[in-house]
Design a protein around this ligand. Structure first.
Ligand SMILES: C[S@@+](CC[C@H](N)C(=O)[O-])C[C@H]1O[C@@H](n2cnc3c(N)ncnc32)[C@H](O)[C@@H]1O
Length: 223
């Protein structure tokens, strides 16, 4: 059988893609393995905040990651919607960002993600490098309200997974960048502050809410 140059390039691209996806999956598996102790880390954070409001720094060692099922669902969502411009609020150590990267490889997209705690951001960058996807991801360290302030490109997918009191102001700040095909993925939608946020969004006829994972996640669609 004679293989044409085009077929050869396609096979090479396909092989590279499979290898790349495998590398990301293995880093995700390592991170989930380490995240098994998250319960203890979270308890430490909760203990610190007994006499004052909780702060992100109390959870500097905790992953607080989305579930594997959610991650795999995110990959499908990115590929099905052909999302290219992806923005994430709340990187932590980068588990969800790596799932987004799996999708972005398929769509030719890229990700801007943002994390308040510098030590977490540093660790996330190391994880992106290990997974070989650092060139697809721009991590902005600092408060999302500042790091995404001048964001002015269309957003195809926005993942909200940071502190819940910022969901509404951040959603409103980024609103000029939404278009008819934009999806806003709201994690921890069942928490009290998220519900208040979703009630506000629901009053606007421009948006449609779709509940997933027994209400843990809401997808906001722009009509
Ligand atoms: C639930 S965790 C994110 C988990 C991550 N999406 C995953 O699934 O792997 C929330 C993260 O948001 C970060 N965060 C909280 N407030 C923030 C802010 N104002 N700007 C940026 N990041 C913030 C926290 O430090 C924490 O690491």
């Amino acid at each position: 059988m004679i293989i044409t140059y085009n077929q050869y390039s396609f096979f090479n691209f396909y092989k590279m893609n499979i290898t790349q996806q495998g590398r990301i999956k293995s880093i995700i598996a390592e991170l989930y393995h380490d995240a098994k102790n998250d319960y203890l880390r979270m308890m430490k954070g909760v203990a610190k905040s007994i006499f004052r409001p909780m702060q992100p720094a109390d959870f500097k060692d905790a992953y607080l990651a989305i579930s594997q099922e959610q991650g795999e669902g995110l990959v499908k969502l990115v590929t099905a919607k052909k999302s290219k411009n992806i923005v994430e609020f709340g990187t932590s150590f980068g588990i969800s960002t790596l799932f987004l990267a799996q999708g972005a490889i398929e769509t030719g997209g890229s990700i801007i993600t943002t994390e308040l705690i510098a030590s977490k951001a540093q660790k996330a960058i190391e994880n992106f490098k290990k997974a070989g996807v650092n060139d697809l991801i721009e991590l902005r360290t600092g408060d999302a309200m500042q790091t995404l302030k001048n964001y002015n490109k269309p957003i195809d997918l926005l993942l909200l997974d940071g502190w819940k009191d910022l969901y509404l102001p951040l959603f409103q700040m980024l609103e000029p960048n939404y278009h008819a095909n934009t999806i806003i993925y709201v994690d921890n939608a069942d928490m009290a502050e998220s519900r208040t946020f979703l009630n506000v969004v629901n009053q606007n006829s421009k948006y449609q809410l779709d509940y997933k994972y027994h209400g843990k996640v809401v997808l906001i669609m722009v009509k």
